[in-house]
Ligand binder design. Structure first.
Ligand code: TYM
Length: 351
């Protein structure tokens, strides 16, 4: 069986972007692959979270993993920091990673831009100058820069073949492949497979926000959470941004309304989607009906998960048991890879 590995940062509750981009795929891949799924708590540190909150977030993500259908008998579930081999290999791999390629990563530039309050249209050279010149209060930390190294290590240390992630993570995967190739060829070994993304529909999804923005994201503040109760969720959907409606038959769908269709395609049946697409085409659509349908279809997915999250969230005994077992398996595998990496790099013992 091929190895599957993926993770989610411990930065808050999971939303529909995380669910359709990642978690729902994790669940569907369980049977056919050798799966490892983890909570990326070290990656969460790049934004200097409150320690108590970070700890709570790790617990809630594990609860959400289990509630969404990850089965600890079938998949290995663990916390990143429970595998210290990852941190050691992160140091080793960094010796083969260029500062330039890290600085050019889109996610780094985005985060650095936000951190320093740089405008979106600023050109790259200016961004780089501002990062280097930034004072110590408004610094862009080195962990943020080396984020892709750590992510590559998560993947490579388990020798994963498939990494189910959303579209926004594809550049990180591309870097992972590059680092794997570079390492293999530098030492003349075939240690790491080159991992690829995976999606059942073929192409990876980008779940849009309901505010007309292209992406649902925690920092965007436009999320529908798995833990949202019915009232909150309906309110969010009914408030989704639309337009004035089609004026002439066959008119192209505006980007904001297309977002609603994208969500409907993820949550509903092809017949329902066709019904509303046809209604749009002949100008008979009522956005209120579309939103009500969308809310119903989302709730059909999220409400059962929500119930289970609420049960699991306070069940530290179950969570502890799952994570202890997961850490053992993940460490065992990671330590084998780390031993190989140390050996080929010449980090060897004399005793
Ligand atoms: P994170 O925590 O930002 O997001 C977790 C997963 O959710 C997906 N996602 C989305 N997919 C589609 N549409 C959206 N609007 C949307 N928002 C989030 C992300 O693509 C991701 O799959 N760097 C990773 C965590 C990580 C990781 C790894 C993943 C660390 N090490 C090793 C895979 C393998 C991240 O920040 O994901």
């Amino acid at each position: 069986k091929e190895t599957v590995l993926s993770g989610i940062r411990a930065t808050g509750n999971l939303h529909l972007g995380n669910y359709f981009g990642a978690l729902s795929k994790f669940v569907r891949m369980q049977r056919d692959y050798d799966c490892l799924y983890f909570v990326a708590d070290l990656h969460a540190l790049t934004t200097n979270p409150d320690p108590e909150q970070l700890h709570r977030n790790v617990r809630s993500i594990v609860a959400e993993y289990l509630a969404a259908g990850l089965d600890p008998e079938e998949s290995t579930l663990f916390v990143q920091s429970d595998v210290p081999e990852i941190s050691e290999m992160y140091l080793l791999l960094n010796m083969h990673v260029g500062i330039g390629e890290l600085m050019r990563t889109a996610s780094f530039k985005d985060k650095a831009r936000k951190q320093l309050g740089i405008k979106v249209d600023e050109d790259d050279e200016n961004i780089e100058r501002q990062i280097i010149g930034s004072d110590s209060n408004k610094r862009v930390n080195a962990g943020l820069l080396t984020y892709p190294t750590l992510m590559a290590v998560d993947i490579l240390i388990q020798k994963a073949h498939k990494v189910p992630v959303g579209k926004d993570q594809e550049q990180h995967l591309e870097l992972t492949r590059r680092f794997a190739r570079r390492f293999n060829s530098f030492y003349g070994v075939e240690l790491f497979p080159e991992p690829t993304n995976f999606d059942f529909g073929g192409k990876p999804v980008k779940v849009p926000g309901l505010d007309g923005s292209g992406k649902m994201g925690k920092s965007e503040g436009n999320c529908i959470y798995l833990i949202d109760d019915e009232k909150t969720l309906r309110k969010k959907v009914m408030r989704a941004v639309t337009d004035e409606g089609p004026k002439t038959p066959g008119q192209p769908v505006s980007p904001t309304v297309e977002n609603l269709f994208t969500l409907l395609e993820l949550t509903s049946t092809p017949e329902v989607v066709k019904h509303f697409r046809d209604a749009y085409a002949d100008c008979s659509i009522r956005y209120g009906d579309l939103k009500k349908q969308l809310a119903d279809d989302i709730l059909a997915i999220t409400l059962p998960i929500r119930e289970r999250i609420l049960d699991l969230q306070s069940d530290d005994a179950t969570i502890g048991r799952v994570l202890r077992r997961g850490a053992e398996i993940a460490r065992e595998r990671a330590s084998r890879t780390l031993a190989e990496v140390r050996e080929v790099m010449g980090i060897r013992r004399f005793y």
